[in-house]
Write a protein of this length. Structure first.
Length: 351
């Protein structure tokens, strides 16, 4: 039965991923209902403010879930938020058993959902594929427990650790990596770059390569307020410019087009993330460049690193090293091929 439990829970995790990019500060949750070892309905949390996965799957059975087993990768909620509590609906549906991957770290739930189901006479099993469930919802767990945005960093370098050529826009990695990065932009609520990346690459920072991609909020660290008003990223979507300069005549033009300027006394990552968090942005993807990478790592602001390595050597002349100023160790636990390039996923060793 344990192997069956894991199989159904894997299905929950795969269903949960369908909500990626659409649930904002909510967790990614999938649900499967089983009767006589046969899946009779599946569901997931589609978008922020919409039905939770448990409600989504129960609605598909239209009152015919009595005696069945519910599998869900996160403990059902037991409080009123954007939607009513899921525990009430589960009990009313006559579910016999609930199998949960992990308890909800939200203090409003945190074991109370399981307790409520058990009080109603339901059998509950907790901890099936718990590690996988925690990895899937690392953003939600970080946000709900630390009240700060989860920060990931994307680096694309050559074998000799170079991310580009000074003053010149070049693609170090291949087309497949570019599409993968667009998927990351869809996953994370905001994408952040330094002003040098804007001045050299003039990036769009959107998800145009995805069929149903959601464009992230764009954040630019621009201490001296150098962002040109003709920058491509300003043409579509909101841009947040973080600066230490006092008010500038360009602000009125930027505000007219829906952009926002944040003035900081000191440009520290704690201050930057605090301001981003105030806007209910729970995750940030850092895309460049080397000074931004090194400062974020030095201040221990990064929780996850996506490092792409291209099978090429750029050499020393005029190139930009990606590890300039980086003293942090890193632990890479996952490797994969993305086209001709290698992807390593891990975290700073001392974060």
């Amino acid at each position: 039965m344990n192997s069956h439990n894991e199989g159904y829970m894997h299905q929950c995790l795969n269903l949960a991923k369908k909500g990626e990019g659409h649930v904002k500060s909510n967790p990614l949750v999938g649900a499967v209902i089983v009767r006589n070892e046969k899946v009779i309905a599946t569901g997931y949390h589609h978008a922020y403010g919409k039905d939770h996965a448990e409600i989504d799957v129960l609605k598909k059975l239209n009152g015919k879930a009595e005696g069945a087993t519910l599998y869900v990768n996160l403990e059902p909620c037991c409080h009123y938020g954007k939607t009513p509590p899921c525990t009430t609906a589960i009990i009313a549906a006559g579910i016999r058993k609930v199998v949960v991957a992990m308890r909800d770290p939200n203090p409003l739930v945190a074991g109370k959902g399981i307790a409520e189901l058990e009080k109603a006479g339901m059998s509950c099993c907790v901890g099936i594929l718990e590690k996988e469930a925690q990895e899937l919802n690392d953003i939600f767990i970080h946000w709900i427990t630390r009240k700060k945005p989860f920060v990931a960093m994307k680096v694309a370098s050559s074998i000799d650790g170079k991310i580009g050529i000074k003053g010149k826009e070049i693609a170090v990695t291949g087309a497949e990596v570019k599409k993968y990065v667009h998927q990351l932009r869809n996953k994370y609520e905001a994408v952040l770059v330094g002003i040098n990346t804007v001045l050299v690459d003039d990036p769009q920072l959107n998800t145009r390569l995805l069929k149903n991609g959601r464009d992230p909020l764009k954040v630019v660290l621009d201490s001296n307020f150098q962002i040109p008003l003709h920058a491509t990223m300003l043409k579509k979507g909101k841009v947040l410019i973080v600066t230490t300069k006092k008010e500038n005549p360009k602000e009125a033009v930027l505000a007219k087009h829906g952009h926002e300027v944040i003035h900081l006394k000191t440009m520290t990552w704690n201050n930057i993330l605090q301001e981003i968090g105030k806007r209910n942005i729970c995750s940030v993807l850092i895309e460049g460049g080397s000074k931004v990478f090194s400062s974020a790592l030095h201040e221990k602001a990064v929780q996850k690193v996506y490092w792409f390595i291209a099978p090429k050597i750029l050499g020393e002349t005029g190139t930009v090293p990606c590890t300039e100023g980086i003293t942090t160790t890193m632990q890479f636990k996952t490797t994969a091929r993305v086209g001709k390039d290698l992807l390593m996923i891990g975290q700073p060793g001392d974060s």
